[in-house]
Design a protein around this ligand. Structure first.
Ligand code: ADP
Ligand code: F6P
Length: 322
């Protein structure tokens, strides 16, 4: 029997730490005597044959960089059965019998489809949102939050100087984890997340008024992207309370930058685990973190898990951010 041939790709939104995961997959695979291929631009690379054999030096000096050296993409063609069969056929022609897919839920659905089409796939959670139900941590989350707190600390400097209120939108389309933790870390007077219904009078205005009574004259409100509406909220606060208010959308700055230690290390361990699973002949699995340990789940089981929002942390934030 020839050498085991595996491939690695990054898919969906990029996240700092994806490079560290790619590096780990390449080096762990080579250490196991495998041939390892890098696939460019997500599933599109499998469809177009944009695939390159990697060696130990192909992944030198990437661990400290954000983005992904393999580029990423959202592939509409791959969502079709025909596309999935085409990608599987290309893998089989190249002798690739395992693929590590670094991405989010959508990418995992793709990994399941490709496994069903005959190529074992393992998902590795890479997204800044931390929105993968089966894993208490996703690669990129820590870096994105640290970028956000750095930005909000700067915004606070100017809000404080002008006695203003600043409403800041952080990323997280369906998930308030970035907003919650960043809100705590920046002492936000209010934190609005998609998981908890909010009432503008009770959860924003009354909290600012209560804080004002204690002598404070500047305020930061952190809003998850999934809640949105920061410009309207800023206008409302200004009209309602007479406090000069500014809105800032942090946007894609949160997706870039050098990954933190946590992202580099978690990505390295998860990438290694994915290769171990492929070496055992397994497919259709997702690598995840549970109680700080690295585990794996069946992809369907993982995709069906309900996400649990940390309501306890949300309540703590409400108590102490005054
Ligand atoms: P993420 O992986 O970050 O959730 P997307 O939802 O955009 O990002 O998914 C990334 C890619 O995964 C899509 O562009 C598509 O190629 C593939 N994909 C998403 N959903 C499916 C699906 N249900 N079946 C097959 N492939 C999918
Ligand atoms: O999933 C990561 C994420 O950055 C979300 O927080 C955000 O809603 C989305 O991706 C933005 O995607 P795009 O890269 O298409 O602008």
């Amino acid at each position: 029997m020839g050498k085991n041939k595996i491939a690695v790709l990054t898919s969906g939104g990029d996240a700092p730490g994806m490079n560290a995961a790619v590096r780990s997959v390449v080096r762990s695979g080579i250490a196991k005597g495998m041939n390892v291929y890098g696939v460019y631009r997500g599933y599109n690379g499998l469809l177009n044959g944009d695939v390159e054999k990697m060696n130990l030096r192909s992944v030198s000096d990437i661990i400290g960089y954000g983005g992904t050296m393999l580029y990423t993409a959202r592939s509409e063609e791959f969502k079709t059965l025909k596309g999935q069969q085409k990608a599987a056929k290309h893998c089989q022609e190249m002798g690739i019998n395992g693929v590590v897919v670094i991405g989010g839920d959508g990418s995992f659905a793709g990994a399941r489809a490709l496994t069903n089409a005959g190529v074992n796939c393992i998902g590795v959670p890479g997204t800044i949102d931390n929105d993968i139900a089966c894993s208490e941590y996703t690669i990129g989350f820590d870096t994105a939050m640290n970028t956000a707190i750095d930005m909000i600390d700067k915004i606070r400097d100017t809000a404080q100087s002008h006695d203003r209120c600043s409403i800041v939108e952080v990323m997280g389309r369906r998930c308030g984890d970035i907003a919650l933790q960043v809100g705590i870390a920046c002492g936000a007077t209010s934190i609005l997340v998609p998981e908890v219904r909010y009432d503008i009078e009770r959860d924003v205005i009354a909290r600012i008024v209560d804080t004002q009574k204690t002598g404070k004259k500047h305020f930061v409100v952190v809003v998850a992207e999934g809640v949105g509406g920061v410009n309207d909220l800023a206008k409302y606060v200004e009209q309602r309370l007479g406090i000069e208010t500014r809105a800032t959308i942090l946007g894609h700055v949160q997706r870039g930058g050098s990954p933190t230690l946590r992202d580099r290390v978690v990505a390295s361990i998860m990438g290694h685990k994915a290769v171990e699973l492929l070496a055992e002949g397994k497919g259709n699995r997702v690598v995840a973190m549970k109680e700080n340990k690295i585990v794996d789940y069946d992809i369907t089981e993982a995709l069906e898990m309900p996400r649990v929002f940390n309501k306890n942390l949300y309540d703590i934030a409400k108590t102490i951010s005054i």
